[in-house]
Design a protein around this ligand. Structure first.
Ligand code: URA
Ligand code: CA
Length: 432
C-alpha cells in the first residue's frame, strides 16, 4: 500500500499544519478497518496533542468517527431526546438522579455511559451494583426502552463509534488523552451516534477532575458546545466545582443508594441537589418544555414520587426489580474517621477519596465506600466524625489525610462556575 500520503500528513501535523477533512476521514477509516496500523496513528495523536487541532479538524475528526459505526435514532418519539454527559467526578451521582427525573417530567433521556476512569466513578458501575441490573443493552433494546419508559442508561456498544474505542485505548497508552480537541471529538462523536437531539455537559473543574483549572474546563466546555452545534443539535455545558466530592457518598452501590434516597426525598445533599436541579432544568428546557413549566414539573415529579417510580421502572426494564432497589443498603461493617484537631474542614482531596472508594469496592464489594459527613467549611472538634467508611478493608487513619483541617473556613466556592449555551457560543466552528 502506498503510504506516502499518510507520511506527508504526519509530517504536516508534526509541523503544526492543519489536515483537511478528506485526510482525517481516510485516516479514521483506515485505522478502524485495520488497513492502517497503530504506529502512524500513535505518532499522529501525539502530534495532535502537542500542536492542537483547529476547529475544522475537530469537526472532521468527529464526523469521521461517527461514520465508523452505527447511529441510533428514535423515530417513534416526536419531540427531542436528550442526553447528559459528565467529564468525570467523585461522588457525582447526578446522572442516576437526573435521568429518571427528567423522564418523569416528560422529556425522554437516552443516556450512553462509560465506566469508571482513574479515581472517578462510572454511572454504569453504580447502576450495576443494584442486583440484577444490566447495562449491556443492544442498540435495538436501548432505543425500545427509551420509547417505552422514557429513559435508559446503557453502555457504549461496540457498534457505536468503534474508531473511538480503538483510538481511546491507544491514547491511554501513549499519554495523549489530555488534549481538548481529541477529548471533544471522542465525547461528541459518541453523543451524536447515540442519536440525542440535545446534550447537557457537566465539565468538572478542580483537584478531583481531569481538568484542574477553570480555564481548562471552560475551554473544553466551549469546544463541546460549539462542536455539537456543528451537527445541528443543541447543547449546554456547565462548568462545576470538583474541589471536593459532589455528593456525600463515594463508591458504586452507595452512590446508587444516594440517588434512590434523593429521589425518594429522604436525603438531599445541598451541593449535589444544586448541580442536579440545574442540569435537570437545562435538559427540560432543551427538551422543549416551556420555561414557566420547568420548575413546577421538577417539583411535582419529586414531591409526587413520580421520579422515584421512574428509577424503579428503569431498574426493572434493565433486569432488576423495584424491590431490589428498595432493599440495597451500605456494607454493614462501618468505621468512622475522626478529626485530628479542632478547626474547620478546609479541603477534601477528591482523588484520594475516589481512589480509596474504588479500592474498598474492589475488596469488599459494591456496597462498600465512603460517606463524607463533614463537608468543606464545616467546623469540627477533635475526634468528631469527618467520614464514615462502609467496608472492612480500609483503616480510618489511611483516609484521614484526605481531609485538611484549618483554623479558618475557606471562601465558599459555588457549585456551578459557568454555564455555556449554544446561543452564547455564537461563533460557529465551521460555516455550514
Ligand atoms: N471521555 C471520553 O469519552 N473521551 C475522552 O477522550 C476523554 C474522556
Ligand atoms: Ca426525535
Amino acid at each position: 500500500m502506498d503510504e506516502g500520503w499518510l507520511r506527508r500528513a504526519l509530517a504536516a501535523k508534526r509541523d503544526g499544519e492543519a489536515l483537511d477533512a478528506p485526510t482525517w476521514a481516510r485516516i479514521v477509516e483506515g485505522y478502524a478497518a485495520g488497513t492502517i496500523d497503530e504506529v502512524p496513528i500513535a505518532a499522529l495523536v501525539m502530534a495532535a496533542a502537542i500542536r492542537g487541532l483547529d476547529d475544522d479538524e475537530i469537526v472532521a475528526l468527529t464526523e469521521a468517527m461517527v461514520r465508523s459505526g452505527d447511529v441510533l435514532a428514535y423515530p417513534h418519539i416526536a419531540g427531542p431526546v436528550v442526553d447528559k454527559h459528565s467529564s468525570g467526578g467523585v461522588g457525582d451521582t447526578v446522572s442516576l438522579i437526573v435521568v429518571p427525573l427528567v423522564a418523569a417530567c416528560g422529556v425522554p433521556v437516552a443516556k450512553l455511559s462509560g465506566r469508571a476512569l482513574g479515581h472517578t466513578g462510572g454511572t454504569l458501575d453504580k447502576l450495576e451494583a443494584i442486583p440484577g441490573v444490566r447495562t449491556d443493552l443492544d442498540p435495538v433494546a436501548f432505543v425500545a426502552q427509551v420509547e417505552r419508559i422514557g429513559c435508559a442508561i446503557g453502555a457504549q456498544s461496540d457498534r457505536l463509534v468503534p474508531a473511538d474505542r480503538k483510538l481511546y485505548a491507544l491514547r491511554d497508552r501513549t499519554g495523549t488523552v489530555a488534549s481538548v480537541g481529541l477529548i471533544a471529538a471522542s465525547i461528541v462523536s459518541k453523543k451524536i451516534a447515540g442519536g440525542a437531539d440535545a446534550i447537557v455537559f457537566d465539565v468538572k473543574a478542580g483537584r478531583g477532575a481531569f481538568m484542574p483549572t477553570l480555564d481548562a474546563a471552560g475551554g473544553l466546555a466551549r469546544t463541546l458546545v460549539r462542536l455539537v452545534a456543528c451537527f445541528g443539535r443543541r447543547a449546554t455545558a456547565f462548568v462545576t466545582d470538583m474541589e471536593e466530592p459532589l455528593g456525600a457518598a463515594v463508591g458504586t452501590g452507595i452512590e446508587a443508594i444516594e440517588a434512590r434516597d434523593f429521589l425518594r426525598g429522604d436525603d438531599r445533599e445541598p451541593r449535589l441537589a444544586e448541580a442536579t436541579l440545574a442540569i435537570a432544568h437545562e435538559l427540560l428546557r432543551l427538551g422543549g418544555i416551556p420555561a414557566a413549566e420547568v420548575t413546577p414539573r421538577v417539583l411535582d415529579a419529586l414531591a409526587s414520587g413520580a421520579a422515584y417510580e421512574r428509577l424503579g421502572l428503569l431498574v426493572q426494564a434493565q433486569g432488576g426489580s423495584a424491590a431490589a432497589l428498595d432493599a440495597i443498603a451500605p456494607h454493614p461493617h462501618r468505621v468512622t474517621v475522626g478529626a485530628p484537631r479542632d478547626g474547620v474542614v478546609s479541603a477534601i482531596d477528591g482523588v484520594a477519596v475516589g481512589e480509596a472508594a474504588r479500592a474498598l469496592v474492589a475488596a469488599d464489594g459494591p456496597f462498600a465506600g465512603i460517606r463524607i459527613v463533614a463537608r468543606v467549611g464545616t467546623p469540627v472538634r477533635a475526634g468528631e466524625v469527618l467520614a464514615e467508611i462502609a467496608g472492612s478493608s480500609l483503616e480510618p487513619r489511611r483516609l484521614a489525610p484526605a481531609f485538611t483541617i484549618a483554623d479558618a473556613a475557606p471562601p465558599v466556592r459555588p457549585v456551578i462556575d459557568a454555564v455555556l449555551r449554544d446561543a452564547d457560543a455564537a461563533v460557529s466552528m465551521k460555516e455550514r
